[in-house]
Design a protein around this ligand. Structure first.
Ligand code: PA5
Ligand code: NI
Length: 190
């Protein structure tokens, strides 16, 4: 029988700190600060104030241990979005379509409170509340962004086809049709 050593990858495992939502030995630790979020919030002046006064606070982190970006593999990561607001708008991720638009993603929320906001390029928009134990299925063709409406980090475990890729450009231009604000102490989707 022909051996396939070069095609067969060794299994591996990695530890996730479920309390903190941190992968301590992740190979990649991506950090997005407030200054990386220019152009994403309604209140641009509030974002600049936050950057100036708050020493450019961390907005969110992604922990991942990469796998080959090839058909058949699954990429998995942990997304950790800090609590806070820019003006009245809750902290959120940039959001993206997948570069291979026909690929889905599963989010399992481990900690915190918030929403997954999703949109199609035709302008359909949906939101799903997120809290510990909630699993959100993001179907193919839906751009997705998470929003932290709580007081602690919003932590999710995400899995998607490893070849999917991230397309940030379209969302940077289009935005999402809805945003989530705190109005008079209430969380409001507008
Ligand atoms: O794979 C995902 O969808 C997540 O891990 C996100 O990449 C993560 O939440 C960060 O968001 P974004 O990639 O939109 O900056
Ligand atoms: Ni994604």
């Amino acid at each position: 029988m022909t051996a396939l050593p070069t095609l067969v990858m060794d299994p591996f495992s990695i530890k996730l700190d479920l309390e903190e939502g941190v992968m301590h030995d992740a190979k990649n630790h991506l950090v997005r600060c407030a200054s990386d979020m220019r152009g994403y919030y309604v209140d641009k002046a509030a974002l600049e104030e936050l950057i100036a006064e708050g020493n450019d606070p961390v907005h969110y982190e992604v922990f991942e241990t990469p796998v080959p970006q090839a058909y058949g593999h699954l990429m998995y990561c942990v997304s950790r979005l800090h609590p806070g607001k820019v003006g009245d708008e809750f902290f959120m991720t940039k959001g993206h379509y997948h570069s291979i638009v026909g690929t889905a993603e599963v989010y399992l929320c481990l900690r915190g409170e918030g929403y997954m906001l999703m949109k199609t390029s035709e302008g359909r928009c949906k939101s799903e509340p997120m809290s510990r134990g909630k699993m959100v299925y993001v179907p193919p063709c839906w751009a997705h962004r998470s929003i932290n409406t709580g007081r602690e980090p919003l932590v999710s475990f995400c899995v998607y086809p490893a070849e999917a890729g991230h397309n940030y450009g379209d969302i940077a231009q289009e935005g999402f049709p809805r945003r989530i604000f705190e109005r008079k102490g209430q969380c409001v989707i507008e």
